[in-house]
Design a protein around this ligand. Structure first.
Ligand SMILES: NC(=O)c1ccc[n+]([C@@H]2O[C@H](COP(=O)([O-])OP(=O)(O)OC[C@H]3O[C@@H](n4cnc5c(N)ncnc54)[C@H](OP(=O)(O)O)[C@@H]3O)[C@@H](O)[C@H]2O)c1
Length: 252
């Protein structure tokens, strides 16, 4: 797939493993630069630093800590100057039926998946708006990684669904708020992916998902990365406020 547009500088949360790792790797291959963070550095981060030198930055950071997000933003803009794209990818999926679910777990997941994404997006937007007059005209792009769980629900994931549905609301609200500045805001709703996040699914749940998926398998991060590449490219210049579902047809 050949997509047009100049190389972008991308701030990506949770680029150390899972979907974020594959997004980071693919965008680096496309010639973009990546600033990413998570709580724990992985061997992938060391590898990318030595393979891509100045185009890859990893710092430790925590979505549930506002000061940490400010530090991430500062480190990223010090390294790269103007950032063009934010991908809100970091997330956790604690499961359990709501009646038995500890309130502290609800609050933590809200903080990581939703409040953290809002705080980071706020910092990113202020960075774009506060730039030089010339930079301000360049616009920007924000991509929120939501989930089909926000659209359809799943037994035991009501709190997670709430955080991911919140991201869809944020997407639509911000698209309206930022459109006149040329900043596009979109969401991707992946189906069930083969990452650490779904390792807790038992054999029966896995079989049921595969049976209900027209394309007959779970997704992979590679299935989702094409939509990220598209949304940051010039081909998506007139797309904002949308959610794109990438799920092998399970919600059709
Ligand atoms: N896997 C699926 O089936 C699926 C389906 C739909 C949507 N999604 C969404 O896709 C995104 C990526 O999921 P994934 O499957 O790649 O999950 P994953 O393999 O568990 O990776 C999650 C990433 O987020 C980071 N992260 C978690 N908590 C963080 C925190 N407090 N601060 C900073 N970084 C944090 C993790 O690093 P650390 O733990 O080191 O911090 C890791 O880099 C999530 O938003 C998820 O909800 C996943």
């Amino acid at each position: 797939m050949s997509l047009s547009g100049s190389p972008r500088t991308v701030l990506l949360s949770g680029g150390s493993r899972g979907l974020g790792m594959v997004v980071a790797q693919r965008l680096l291959e496309d010639g973009h630069s990546i600033a990413t963070f998570s709580r724990t550095r992985t061997p992938f981060c060391d590898e990318m630093e030595s393979a891509h030198g100045g185009r890859f930055l990893f710092v430790e950071g925590d979505m549930s800590d506002n000061a940490s997000l400010s530090a991430v933003m500062k480190a990223s803009s010090e390294r790269f100057g103007r950032l063009d794209v934010l991908v809100n990818n970091a997330g956790v999926a604690f499961d359990g039926v709501l009646a038995m679910f500890p309130v502290a777990r609800i609050e933590k997941m809200m903080q990581i998946n939703l409040t953290g994404a809002l705080v980071l997006t706020r910092l990113f937007v202020r960075h774009l708006i506060g730039g030089s007059p010339e930079d301000k005209d360049k616009g920007g792009s924000i991509i929120n990684i939501s989930s089909i769980i926000a659209l359809r629900g799943y037994n035991g994931l009501a709190s997670y669904a709430a955080t991911k549905a919140g991201m869809l609301g944020m997407t639509k609200g911000l698209a309206r708020e930022l459109g006149d500045r040329g900043i596009r805001v979109n969401a991707i709703c992946p189906g069930y992916l083969e990452t650490e996040m779904t390792h807790g699914l038992d054999g029966g749940q896995r079989d049921q998902i595969v049976r209900r998926t027209p394309l007959g398998r779970l997704g992979t991060p590679e299935d989702v990365v094409g939509t990220v590449r598209f949304l940051i490219s010039d081909e998506a210049a007139f797309i904002t406020g949308q959610e794109i579902t990438v799920d092998g047809g399970v919600t059709c």
